[in-house]
Design a binder for this molecule. Structure first.
Ligand code: GUN
Length: 293
């Protein structure tokens, strides 16, 4: 069994980005600038956004964090988005999800200029991704593609089972792995809460992508010998013995599943850090006008 070290790989990629940004600076070019909007006080979201801002610093990016309390109206948020769309210094921005219930996430996603949508959530970017056109790829699936690529894992002809059909992970992941590309050419099964006999599906998988948000859901009896297992889950579970009172676990029962795998990602330190790296790569692409000119 080989552990896929997402944390280490993210560190390497961030160093590569920092070298590129330093060269841009030296030539007097524009420093990439990412903005993040955080509405409300969800502790997990606040921690993800802090991480994104810290990673910008590590790579020499400029960053702007806009924090608003949970009573912020949809109209006010749409106003902030309009300002960011029009600000020539901002190369890309994200609105951290989930949003408070009174704000319609669809309206928010649609309001973001696709040219600055470094999350790749806007239908224009999602559609371009599905058609194989240049686009900002959603951060988590893009991070997984990079992991598979950098670890030299052959995906062509493999049967990949994605567990979970969310707009931001499962569905785009299934599209990316089925496309004709270096990391791709898989036969993909996208499973979800209505799938009959889920274990029968996952047991046939050469690659399992677990993205359902249920702690330790994928057990050893659901994975075949030699499978590659990518765990997208970041679940907080009570751990009174820890100072913070909780610990992070994935959607995969790591201790039980790992001995059967050829490759597996840990939680924490697997997919999570790669997600942030993807966002930086998308922002760098935006500052270089690589996607939309
Ligand atoms: N919430 C969970 N993952 C993400 C992400 O990749 N982007 C944003 N904006 N919100 C998220």
């Amino acid at each position: 069994m080989k552990l896929i070290d997402g944390k280490g790989l993210a560190h390497t990629i961030k160093e590569e980005i920092a070298v590129e940004v330093a060269a841009i600076k030296e030539k007097g070019g524009k420093i990439p600038h990412l903005a993040a909007v955080l509405v409300g006080d969800d502790p997990a979201s606040a921690s993800y956004v802090r991480n994104k801002v810290r990673s910008c610093d590590q790579c020499g990016f400029q960053s702007t964090l806009i924090r608003k309390d949970s009573s912020t109206t949809e109209e006010a948020l749409l106003g902030i988005i309009e300002g960011l769309n029009e600000d020539p210094d901002i190369d890309g921005f994200i609105v951290q999800l989930p949003l408070p219930k009174h704000i319609n996430e669809e309206n928010v996603t649609l309001a973001i200029d696709p040219k600055k949508d470094v999350d790749g959530f806007h239908p224009t970017n999602f559609g371009r991704m599905a058609l194989g056109l240049p686009s900002y790829l959603p951060a988590t699936p893009f991070g997984i593609v990079q992991m598979l690529d950098r670890y030299g894992i052959e995906t062509s002809g493999m049967h990949c089972v994605v567990v979970g059909r969310s707009n931001i992970v499962g569905t785009p992941m299934s599209i990316l792995l089925s496309r004709k590309a270096k990391v791709g050419n898989c036969t993909v099964t996208l499973t979800h809460s209505r799938t009959r006999d889920l274990s029968a599906e996952t047991l046939r998988a050469d690659i399992v992508i677990a993205a359902i948000g249920i702690p330790n859901f994928i057990g050893a009896d659901m994975v075949k010998e030699g499978a590659i297992v990518i765990d997208v889950g970041i679940n907080r579970v009570d751990a009174p013995e820890r100072k913070r009172g909780y610990k992070l676990v994935g959607d995969v029962d790591f201790d039980a599943v790992a001995p059967k795998c050829s490759f597996i990602t840990p939680v924490p330190g697997g997919v999570g850090p790669m997600t942030v790296t993807s966002l930086l790569l998308n922002t760098l692409k935006s500052s270089k006008r690589e996607i939309y000119g």
